[in-house]
Design a protein around this ligand. Sequence first.
Ligand code: NAD
Ligand code: UDP
Length: 336
Amino acid sequence: MSKVLVTGGAGYIGSHMCVELLQAGTDVVVLDNLSNSCAKSLEAVQRITQKKLNFIEGDLRDKSTLAKLFEHNDISAVLHFGGLKAVGESVNNPLSYYDNNVNGTLCLIEAMTNADVKTIVFSSTATVYGVPDTMPITEDFPTNPINPYGQTKLTIEHMLRDLHNSDPGWSISMLRYFNPVGAHPSGEIGENPNGIPNNLMPYLSQVAVGVLPRLQVFGDDYPTHDGTGIRDYIHVVDLVRGHLNALEFLQDNPVLAIHNLGTGTGHSVYEVVEAFEQASGKTIPCEVIERRAGDAAESFADPTKANEELNWRAEYDLHRMCVDSWRWQEMHPRGY
Ligand code: NAD
Ligand code: UDP
């Protein structure tokens, strides 16, 4: 029976992807080196679904592991989440980002080619757009990433485009995520950052649960309605469901396609804080500090292309994102 390979499947988004795949009756193989995750997430995936998956602990850059994986499993498609994602770390250590993300993807594509597996859904990011002048962002906006992480993702997009040009037999979906947040409604899996979180929602959650003292708001003098930055937060379950639609789309259309995955609605930092306070019943102390370097005032998607071509739409609102993030955090105050 054919299976789907989920690289980075032990991570935040990948683990939610595994749940949806298993619940849809698909057999799953996970490849993850656990550099930013732990195997407990996969145990939780199997508890939630009451189904087994095949976990291979290994690195994308390890060619022999990849070759064996494809030899021993009848893989029909790859969902490629594996890679590094911290913007600040990518500035300080760019080569490890090029190595894990670009070289890792190159090794994966080579192994897929050898195994004649030519369907891939790639986790790209709205970071490839840089800081656009106008909103909402459509897929044809210029790409201009302003940090090494975004550069690696754009480089991979270019590599996949060149690959498709050379062999149109490839089916390639590149999904540009906006801001994934939330957790599975069971509270069994969720975002589990190492150390102090960089992103708003996990930071807020840790303040609410008492691990961190207060939220630092990065600037309240942006040209937005309340002065704080606006982002397009998308529930992780909505996001991974978009991948199932992308896989279906590729079956009918062997193409290379780019789609934004966002809700199309932006929320300010203060709106997220208020929604989180309501969801958790906790007060979140806030302290306004200076802007974070490189932050845009606002960023939100035009998701029309994904709505129409993938027949996909985000269902969950900000309240639900906060309720589910909070459930996960309350059940796991210190992570897995
Ligand atoms: P994550 O760090 O939780 O998951 C990534 C997984 O990949 C981890 O489990 C890690 O151990 C694994 N990994 C890293 N390098 C590897 C390697 N060389 N070989 C094998 N496994 C490796 O991150 P996430 O939030 O789940 O993100 C998943 C993907 O989505 C990433 O590619 C990320 O760049 C992309 N993305 C994430 C966001 C976000 O805000 N979370 C936004 C846009 C795009
Ligand atoms: N933000 C903040 N304090 C934090 C983390 C984030 O004020 O501790 C703000 C940030 O300036 C941005 C928004 O919250 O306006 C979302 O930031 P995040 O890092 O989650 O996503 P990104 O900026 O990468 O889209």
